[in-house]
Design a binder for this molecule. Structure first.
Ligand SMILES: [Zn+2]
Length: 118
């Protein structure tokens, strides 16, 4: 039996967007799923752990909807928090108009802003 762990990328997952036939990205907001040309709002899935291939096959079979998985460029996978310099998934960071902040730093700065206002 070949040793799977010997391969450098064995076990690593691929981040993907889902695109429809028109090249629009599957996105989600409070109202549910929709397609958008804006990739920054697109849902990012883990190709293997989210069973993307199976889900796409199921969509095609049950709804006749054909979507394709589009790999996320590596440089776009992570955002750096401007405060603590840690890497986070884009949906875990918050842009306050000037800085990208992770949830923790966002809370900290929000507290500080409140304290300063007193
Ligand atoms: Zn941070």
């Amino acid at each position: 039996m070949p040793d799977q762990s010997a391969r450098p990328n064995a076990g690593s997952d691929i981040k993907v967007f889902l695109c429809n036939a028109r090249g629009m990205y599957l996105a989600q907001d409070a109202n549910g799923l929709f397609f958008s040309n804006d990739r920054s709002v697109a849902i990012v899935l883990n190709y293997k752990s989210d069973r993307v291939e199976e889900q796409l096959d199921a969509l095609r079979a049950t709804h006749g909807i054909v979507l394709r998985a589009d790999p996320v460029p590596v440089g776009e996978i992570y955002e750096t928090c401007d405060r603590c310099k840690e890497l986070f998934m884009p949906w875990m960071t918050y842009f306050d108009g000037q800085h990208f902040l992770c949830n923790d730093c966002r809370k900290l700065t929000a507290k500080k802003a409140k304290a300063d206002a007193r």
